[in-house]
Design a protein around this ligand. Sequence first.
Ligand SMILES: Nc1ncnc2c1ncn2[C@@H]1O[C@H](COP(=O)(O)OP(=O)(O)OP(=O)(O)O)[C@@H](O)[C@H]1O
Length: 226
Amino acid sequence: MSTLVEVTDLIKTYGEGEAETRVLKGLDMALQEGDLAALLGPSGSGKSTLLTILGTLMQPTSGRHVMLGEDLTRAKDTALTEFRNRHIGFVFQFHHLLPDFTALENVIFPTAIAEGRETAKARSRGEELLERVGLGHRMDFRATQLSGGQKQRVAIARALMNQPELVLADEPTGNLDRESAEQVMELIGEINAQEKTTFLISTHDEKIAAACRRQIKVVDGKTVSS
Ligand SMILES: Nc1ncnc2c1ncn2[C@@H]1O[C@H](COP(=O)(O)OP(=O)(O)OP(=O)(O)O)[C@@H](O)[C@H]1O
């Protein structure tokens, strides 16, 4: 296995002067290709901050961030956007689906917008992914007509649309009942095993963490175990 992403001596400070808060305090972490890792830590320890940096949505105050051999620490915004679109998928606690659009439209729209058009290839990839997440029979349902667990499965299909190497999930089961949470986690496990997609999943749920092969803990702005 080779290293997919590595951050070294990561520091992130919010605010200035008296309001300055240092959230990440020299954090080191690496994910190997094919990892299925849980990101744990008390509320406010910096898990979302770390995911946002790994997702290239925010630059660290200092430190190094390398993914797929590319040093992203000093990359320009346009290069980061392109990198993110090609290599990283996101799943959030709240699915962020467009309520009036169908499951299929929700899966293919981000790609269609990035490419400036909706291609037949994107459509068939979207259909294939919805089949993959067990929603082949719900493709034409609007987001509002789906259950919480189904919406989250659509969000996973959407995250996989561009065949990302890394999927970052911020409490993906935080808003689901136990059964739906376990189904979503089972699906993530299957995708990880079959397609070797690397997942990093922030969670407060010990059962979800136990379903991952690795547990990475953030305490006081540093990783303490992995
Ligand atoms: N934009 C911001 N400006 C100022 N402070 C922020 C900002 N974003 C986060 N923080 C602070 O940084 C700290 C870490 O927040 P973060 O959301 O990364 O923690 P977390 O581990 O994900 O927490 P939770 O488990 O509750 O989601 C918190 O103290 C928070 O108040």
